[in-house]
Write a protein that binds this ligand. Sequence first.
Ligand code: NDP
Length: 237
Amino acid sequence: MADFQGKSVLVLGGSRGIGAAIVRRFAADGANVTFTYAGSKEAAHKLAAETGATAVMTDSADRDAVIGRVRGSGPLDVLVVNAGIAVFGDALEQDPDAIDRLFRINVQTPYHASVEAARQMPEGGRIIVIGSVNGDRMPVPGMASYALSKSALQGLARGLARDFGPRGITVNIVQPGPIDTDANPADGPMKDLLHSFMTIKRHGRPEEVAGMVAWLAGPEAGFVTGAMHTIDGGFGA
Ligand code: NDP
């Protein structure tokens, strides 16, 4: 377990699911954690009270609000961009505004937040974005916009790793497979289909993803950058 005592960590989208597990992990490891939420005020404040982290309302669909939040929270040792949404359904029928909102939350905000964080980030800083195994493999219809958004993050990591590497800042993507959260419950209707693609036939736990994030943020991962880290129970194998 890495020691994050005194480190400043911002988690974008930390009120529930994988983000909440990341908040709990960094707080337990001694970091000063701030996290954002949009809709889940009650869950956010409960998590803040439980962990000692600071909860702040910032909508990841609002680029300038997120940039302001990152700037105001700096200098950060670790930025984790977790907030992400999916829009399911027939591509021919989907509302283009809903798809553009997805791209703002899943692609544009990770980019702008990462760049803003790097302005003040010290040597050894860490930028970690939660992508998805769907950036590599999309075995079902109706999720092209989500797959596009998550594969776009691969370019973000490769490019920004080049930009910030000379300052000792690493940029990595964590690509989960099915993880048991409100967005993808382990007992949901997709369970059997999802497990049929996997070699380990269960949903992952948010804490398992948080463990990978903590390792990437820690001192052992200083040579790891511009890379995708898949944690998917063999979904993409
Ligand atoms: P959940 O829907 O369970 O939680 C999403 C979290 O992101 C919440 O804390 C939510 O906060 C926050 N969030 C969503 N939209 C916004 C927004 N506009 N502004 C600020 N915060 C926002 O999702 P998961 O925990 O399952 O997913 C987290 C990440 O992991 C996403 O990027 C997702 O794509 C990715 N992922 C998840 C997988 C899974 O199977 N669960 C698999 C692969 C990737 P609030 O409720 O306060 O709005």
